[in-house]
Design a protein around this ligand. Sequence first.
Ligand code: SF4
Ligand code: FE
Length: 508
Amino acid sequence: MMTGKEYIESLRELKPDVHFMGERITNVVDEPMFQPHINTAAMTYELANDPRYEEVMTATSHLTGEKINRFTHIHQSTDDLVKKVRMMRLLGQRTGTCFQRCVGLDALNAIYATSYDIDQKKGTEYHERFKNFLKHVQEKDLMSAGAMTDPRGDRSLRPNQQKNPNIYLRIHERNDEGIIVNGAKAHITGVINSHEIIVLPTRAMGEEDKDYALSFAVPVDTKGIKFVFARQTNDTRRLQSVLDAGNPKYAIVGGEAIIIFKDVFIPWQRVFMAGEYEFTGQFVETFAGHHRANYGGCKVGLADVVTGGAQWVADAHGVAGASHIIDKLTEMIAMAETCWSCSLACSYEGHKTPSGSYNINPMLANVTKLNITRMVYEWMRLAHDIAGGKIITLPAERDFNDPEVGETLAEYFEGKEGVDVKDILKMLRLVENMSVGAGLPEAMHGAGSPAAQKIMIARRSGIEKKREFAEIISGIRKDESFEKIVGKSEEEYWQETKEKIKSKRAIT
Ligand code: SF4
Ligand code: FE
């Protein structure tokens, strides 16, 4: 397993073609705008080497029996699923942001289960190929970016109906050695500081879309791949001031980029699906289920930080004991723990797949993520409420250093006696960074927007069964258990009851 430092050094060996703000970035590792993202992902390596976290951060490979970083593990039990979300809460608490490596982990698990099913039905050899790739990932402790979302153009049209045939990533050509692909994948978390890209289909597809039914793995610095790194809220503050950045050591959010593929060659041994459109729906559901389960882990870790930050600010301002502050903090904690309960529940309720790996309970995982899309906004609203207006009106660090106004300015930002005003500024900036920034829409759209969760919840709602419960209790349908309890048919029971009370009042 690599340490955090070794991971960072390993990125120096890669030469991805990264663009940002109109420039080609040739040195990703030393670019100040990328360093916080890299430091954050490095925590997924560093904590795996810390004996205190060994149990949650590491696992035993079912392929080699070696100790591996849990971010490269295929879940072998519900205990593994539970440890995964514990790992995510821990990393959220230690970084205060998205640590990026989970998408690749979920992609590995989705391909493991789905490639097995494809082979069983189609006689293909995707699963064996994938296991070889997985061994490579585990042995080298690689970070993989999961690349699922295509740009999608006109959302009302299927991939093959689009004006631009590359608006969904597609197989352009097949030959004896492999496939050549064209297109793009959008909003890809952590990809510029990953070693590998793992591509998955973005939606369920039909036969006409089979060139788009595609899964493969490719190193980030493969010829024909370009990345354009996205802007993030207040990103250039990082170039101006440590204090103004809010969470200067770690990322603002997941460091998303768009990946452009132009005539990229993928050898067959790295292709895990090429045309088996019937399995695209299962692919998407398996990946999305795993990823949605995570959000009650990582975002709750962030809630722990922001709740601590809000309480710190209230304390520094002398209002920590006020009943309305305690009430708001308690609300924040209760909501976060509700989401945590959802993540734990969908993990404990997991099941074994035919491949032998474990999957979460999909209904509960979708409920987890749907709750997150609402409750993150709610607990951040309370954090704003507690922190007060300062979190949006704080002057720049440069103003506090200005010889003309700095000293006087600082006096007006003081809190209760004994608290360093610089610490108040640091904590307000952290709360601002976490509650105003890109983390909010990420909680909404990461792992799919709320509508996607509702589709899955509706599909798995078992509404027929719920109707049956109502029909039995209302008397529309036979209630066998009731008849056993009373030892006769319902008709007989009501007849007798009528007789018994005839003298008092009539039953119709
Ligand atoms: Fe991991 Fe959460 Fe970031 Fe997704 S949003 S990659 S689950 S930390
Ligand atoms: Fe995410």
